[in-house]
Design a protein around this ligand. Structure first.
Ligand code: PSU
Ligand code: MN
Length: 316
């Protein structure tokens, strides 16, 4: 386990609580797939967010793995949530967005917290979970040369050893710079089903991934090779949005530019930017982008479950 944590006085177990289902599966050596909660609290509207969270869990179970949705509730990192807890996260409207820097504050105060990709990677690694499924990763924002807005997700991928299955990165980001950043930090970007990295709403970002590995056994062997060597850090596994659910590239580009212009006009900064953009894109597409988002997360869950199953029996 490598999480880039402070080396003294380690006692993560004091702050972690596994659900009965996750504890039973993990203790029996069955494959587990972590899921984030920012996508529920800040990435989709209620009630589609809660319904999607439950459906994604069902896809993972159908794939032979146990889902572990991660959040901060009542001063504990919760690994695996009940239906009532998913409902609370999706409907409260008060959940904090929890990345690496926020985790101690939300744990110490007992507030409700939804973990980002970075936050979820930390918690998954602490809980011994190697595979994590999300929609899209954060990245280098367009204009980052001026704003310095680079998601903490990328630093986390550099240091914490979890495989992150996603549909690429949204074109609200500078995808080319995001891939450059990952290369600098030694984070491998794998693609499954195509040569190129995904662009979330559309299959093809126009940028090549580092390695194409279509099947779960190949992906699992790659991860074992990396982590057996002590090469700490995450791996991005991009799988394209299914064609029938993808959006039109011209339309999404136009709407993305409008949302970016509005964010700039409002002077938004920091952690508010990504949730604002996701929400505006959903409004401007009349909900069609939400349908795409839901379809791609479910597809990612299929890929992640296969990987977790393969990793459980991966030969060296
Ligand atoms: N990208 C998406 N959907 C999301 C997010 C990103 O397509 O829901 C969320 C994830 O939780 C991600 C976070 O970790 O936004 C990144 O936020 P920021 O850009 O503030 O680091
Ligand atoms: Mn940011």
């Amino acid at each position: 386990m490598a999480t880039g944590v402070h080396a003294m006085h380690l006692d993560p177990a004091a702050w972690l609580v596994r659900s009965p289902a996750v504890a039973a599966a993990q203790d029996a050596g069955r494959p587990i797939v972590a899921l984030e909660s920012t996508i529920i609290a800040h990435g989709m509207p209620y009630p589609q967010n809660v319904r999607t969270a439950r459906e994604v869990e069902a896809v993972i179970r159908a794939g032979g793995a146990e889902p572990a949705t991660i959040a901060v509730i009542g001063g504990r990192i919760r690994i695996g949530l009940s239906d009532e807890e998913l409902e609370l996260l999706g409907s409260s409207g008060t959940a904090a967005k929890v990345s690496r820097r926020d985790l101690p504050a939300v744990l110490a105060s007992g507030a409700l917290g939804a973990t980002t990709v970075a936050g979820t990677m930390i918690c998954a690694a602490l809980a011994g979970i190697e595979v994590f499924v999300t929609g899209g990763i954060g990245g280098v924002h367009r204009g980052a040369a001026e704003t310095f807005d680079i998601s903490a997700d990328l630093q986390e991928l550099a240091r914490t050893s979890v495989a992150v299955v996603c549909a690429g990165a949204k074109s609200v980001l500078d995808i080319g710079l995001t891939l450059e950043y990952l290369e600098t930090h030694g984070v491998p970007v794998l693609s499954c089903g195509q040569d190129n990295f995904g662009a979330f709403y559309t299959p093809d970002s126009g940028f090549r991934a580092d390695y194409r590995l279509d099947d779960a056994a190949q992906q699992a062997r790659f991860l074992r090779a990396k982590w057996d060597l002590g090469l700490a850090g995450g791996v991005v596994i991009s799988t394209p949005v299914p064609k029938e659910a993808a959006m039109d590239r011209g339309e999404i580009d136009r709407i993305t530019q409008q949302a970016l212009d509005e964010a700039a006009a409002q002077g938004l900064t920091g952690k508010a930017i990504t949730p604002f953009l996701l929400d505006r894109i959903q409004q401007l597409t009349g909900g069609r982008s939400l349908a795409t988002n839901i379809a791609l997360v479910k597809h990612n869950a299929e890929v992640g479950a296969k990987l977790a199953v393969a990793l459980a029996g991966a030969p060296r």
